[in-house]
Design a protein around this ligand. Structure first.
Ligand code: ZN
Length: 203
């Protein structure tokens, strides 16, 4: 199982970090050891002094495939939830400045928190899913899948040109604006529409 993540997929977030709108999806990966289930404690990483939350919609892959055409991409995932792509922003900024890979900042243990999955039903409008993040009961991020630069199906198709998708893989589809710092003691609650599917306490 692998965790594939998409960067810079919401224009408002691209702007807040001072990046350019990508012409192709920006892709990175996290290993299986990065996975964190809801209600499992998250320990603040020792090597960072600036930990950020990034709330994202996450897809669960249900079919093996490669070179998937966009019009067939909907058959390759059967679950959606909210997740948090934890990022050591200080480390990421250092790595970016040197043109080095991001893994130390993005792929560390427990950096991919994933909520309880909602089944994808035929009636679901994938282009109008609201999601949000509360930090200590205060709203810090609000997103809607309509604002993604690359849709779920476009992402699946693009990713599968480079990496075979396998049953059980997870895809983090990018974060909207409002990313920010979290510290020890913070409680993060991620919502898919009105449902709280993921809760993480920073220890
Ligand atoms: Zn992210």
């Amino acid at each position: 199982m692998k965790i594939i993540c998409v960067g810079r997929n919401y224009a408002d977030h691209v702007k807040e970090l001072g990046n350019e709108i990508p012409e192709e999806p920006v892709i990175f990966m996290k290993p299986k050891s990065a996975l964190l289930q809801s209600h499992t404690p998250f320990y603040y990483p020792e090597f960072s002094n600036e930990l950020h939350y990034e709330c994202e919609l996450v897809l669960r892959v249900c079919k093996n495939g490669k070179y998937i055409q966009e019009r067939h991409a909907g058959n390759y995932y059967n679950g959606i939830t909210v997740g948090i792509d934890f990022t050591a922003r200080d480390i990421q900024n250092e790595l970016k400045a040197k043109g080095l890979p991001w893994e130390k900042a993005k792929a560390f243990d427990n950096s991919a928190a994933v909520g309880k999955f909602v089944d994808v039903t035929p009636g679901l409008n994938k282009k109008n899913i609201n999601f949000s993040l509360l930090k200590n009961k205060e709203a810090v991020q609000n997103g809607n899948s309509a604002n993604m630069i690359f849709s779920f199906d476009a992402l699946i198709s693009n990713i599968s040109n480079y990496f075979s998708l396998n049953i059980g893989d997870l895809i983090f589809t990018g974060t909207p604006a409002g990313v920010g710092e979290c510290v020890v003691g913070d409680i993060l609650e991620a919502f898919y529409e009105k449902d709280n599917l993921l809760t993480v306490e920073v220890k």
